[in-house]
Design a protein around this ligand. Structure first.
Ligand code: NAP
Length: 333
């Protein structure tokens, strides 16, 4: 089978196509034929050496595919079942615990940039009905992160308001989940052309954060005093804005670092508004199953900007790094 490997010390020039034997599933294991993957910022860091991994590691946390063989004792699955990978395959349910999140697909263990993988039967969840493999492959990292932020930590309800930042994978699926749940959405972007696409997806207000340097004041204005929920993907560049944009008793989910890893914030603004600020790390298998039901019931179609062949993975990462994309970039395997 074809695989892609990250060669030490990383770098897009060092992503190597290789051939490997296809494994046989043992007790409690399944063999999956991956058909699609999607790119996340985390995968880019693994590929370019920003997050060092073992030499030869197969990258990519996201995968969607089909079960093609079943090992002894497997009762959950049959051949032909369509499944998605898990970012944290050992986090089945309950709270985040170190022992549940040590194994990270495409980082501390091999990922989905390969044609076949032999996995524990618990390392996948079922794919939403009605989605293509490429669409489903956008969900295990970006979709689940948005789901945990909004629905598990945020306890979002119909009638609430949400701020999403930029038009990357997490923000676009968050917008889609929120609209399906009856939530009003303020979205920011650096591009007026992308702004039009945000409106077409249902964003109620769009703000260009490059043209409007006081954009979080504008969020407060258009939302009638601040939003109930923020998904902060910018970190250093956006956290103070997120605090300013939130309504009293609002919730901020810290998810990303696209604008830097350190931030200077106005602490009294957090306690005087009684904000809840929480970190979010993807999610569990149980959360992924709940998200899958919501994607089905809400008839959510993930937004794919571009699709590349597995062999062109370096070009796909270069495109993602250029930040021209809207939504997700996928790989066909
Ligand atoms: N904690 C977790 O579990 C988790 C899970 C998934 C992702 N993440 C993190 O979340 C972040 C977003 O991930 P992603 O996969 O959605 O990324 P992505 O698809 O690469 O998003 C890129 C887009 O974000 C926008 N952006 C970039 N810098 C920005 C800034 N300073 N302020 C506002 N918007 C900015 C731009 O949109 P415009 O061109 O429209 O401005 C850009 O095109 C990353 O830091 C990633 O590591 C965390």
């Amino acid at each position: 089978m074809r695989v892609v490997q990250v060669k030490t010390p990383g770098g897009l020039d060092h992503l190597a196509l290789a051939e490997q034997e296809v494994g046989e599933p043992g007790q409690g294991e399944i063999r999956v034929r991956w058909h699609a993957s999607s790119l996340n910022y985390h995968d880019l860091l693994v590929a370019n050496g920003g997050l060092p991994v073992s030499d030869g590691r197969i990258p990519m946390s996201d995968g969607a595919g089909e079960i093609v063989a079943i090992g002894a004792g497997v009762t959950r699955w049959q051949t032909g079942d369509k499944v998605m990978s898990l970012f944290f395959p050992d986090w089945q349910e309950g709270r985040h615990r170190p022992e549940r999140t040590r194994a990270i697909t495409g980082d501390s263990i091999d990922g989905c940039a390969c044609e076949y993988a032999v996995l524990s039967e618990n390392a996948v969840t079922r794919m939403p009905e009605g989605l293509t493999y490429a669409e489903a492959a956008t969900l295990p990292c970006a979709g689940l992160t948005a789901w945990q932020a909004l629905m598990v930590r945020g306890q979002m309800q119909a009638g609430d308001s949400l701020l999403v930042q930029g038009t990357g994978g997490v923000s676009i699926v968050a917008l889609q989940l929120a609209k399906a749940a009856g939530v009003s959405v303020v979205a920011t972007t650096s591009s007026n052309a992308k702004g039009e696409r945000l409106r077409a997806l249902g964003a109620d207000h769009v703000i260009n954060y490059v043209e409007d340097e006081h954009w979080s004041d504008t969020v407060r204005k258009v939302s009638g005093g601040g939003v109930d929920h923020v998904i902060d993907i910018g970190g250093g560049a956006t956290l103070q804005h997120s605090i300013n944009a939130a309504r009293t008793s609002g919730q901020i989910s810290l998810v990303g670092i696209l604008g830097g890893v350190t931030a200077t914030v106005n602490v009294p603004m957090i306690f005087s508004k009684q904000l809840q600020v929480h970190g979010v790390a993807v999610g569990s298998a149980a959360m992924q199953d709940a998200m899958t039901r919501a994607v089905e019931n809400g008839q959510i179609k993930p937004v794919i900007d571009a699709d590349y062949d597995l062999a062109d993975i370096a070009d796909a990462f270069a495109y993602q790094a250029s930040a021209q994309h809207f939504g997700k970039v996928t790989l066909s395997i």
